[in-house]
Design a protein around this ligand. Structure first.
Ligand SMILES: Nc1ncnc2c1ncn2[C@@H]1O[C@H](COP(=O)(O)OP(=O)(O)O)[C@@H](O)[C@H]1O
Ligand SMILES: [Mg+2]
Length: 243
């Protein structure tokens, strides 16, 4: 069985899909096979990030309706051989924990990680995904409402039995690097009541990578950031330092 990592946020637009895609790439570039599942029915975006929009024949909706074999809905990323995607359903539909478990039973032996890119908020979709997640990553930008949302999402994950829960701060201004960043981030960590596992910088190249369907440039500011995040999730002790 694969390790199931759920990516959630209280507020929309925090960076869940960005974290899901680029964390998936970071694992996959280091030879760990990853299956991404976008659970945000009706609001696809990971197909764009992976450059596979034209390759979608079946999606999560077809799996739920039983109109395709699970394996037929798996799309391989053209630029990252160990990375695959099940695209979100085109129209809103509930992805239950039974469906996620069924996919894991059928395909989990081929993947080291399954990453669930969840819809924003603390609704029933997140509760379903939480029932089968081994690790919950809660994504928040540094603004107060996003942090408040992260706290709510963290509580939902805790109440749903997700044992490991961590905070990823997204879109952190790069000027924070120069200003004693840990001190500035303290407030966010306190507000979210979650343990910090990664800080992703606000960076136009990161946005472009998501919009263009191309990999993150290995000279870019967030390449190392995602590599370190992936290594921390594997259990390596990589300090949250800033250079
Ligand atoms: N680190 C970043 N730097 C710059 N733009 C980012 C970064 N992370 C996300 N974005 C942009 O923010 C927007 C929302 O991100 P997205 O990952 O789609 O959020 P969500 O999936 O939580 O709704 C997108 O336009 C994305 O390209
Ligand atoms: Mg998204």
């Amino acid at each position: 069985m694969a390790k199931i990592i759920l990516v959630a946020s209280g507020k929309g637009g925090a960076g869940k899909s960005t974290v899901s895609a680029l964390l998936g790439e970071a694992f996959a570039f280091r030879k760990s096979p990853v299956l991404l599942m976008e659970l945000d029915s009706g609001l696809r975006s990971l197909d764009v990030a992976l450059g596979v929009t034209e390759n979608i024949v079946f999606d999560m909706g077809d799996i739920i309706r039983g109109s395709c074999e699970i394996k037929d809905a798996v799309i391989n990323c053209p630029f990252c051989p160990n990375l695959s995607l099940i695209a979100a359903a085109a129209k809103p539909i509930m992805v239950t924990d039974e469906i996620i478990r069924k996919i894991d039973r059928e395909l989990g032996n081929y993947y080291e990680f399954i990453i669930l890119d969840c819809p924003a908020g603390i609704g029933p979709e997140l509760e379903e995904a939480a029932k089968c997640a081994d690790l919950g990553l809660v994504v928040a930008t540094p603004d107060p409402s996003s942090i408040r949302g992260a706290r709510a999402a963290g509580i939902l994950l805790q109440n749903s039995g997700v044992k490991e829960r961590r905070l990823v701060i997204e879109r952190c201004p790069q000027k924070a690097k120069k200003l004693s960043p840990l001190k500035n981030l303290d407030e966010i960590i306190d507000g979210s009541e979650l343990q910090l596992i990664g800080v992703i910088w606000e960076d136009p190249d990161t946005r472009d990578a998501m919009d263009s369907g191309e990999p993150l440039d290995d000279t870019g500011v967030n390449f190392e950031t995602f590599r370190d995040l992936s290594e921390r999730i594997r259990g390596k002790n990589i300090p949250l330092g800033f250079k």
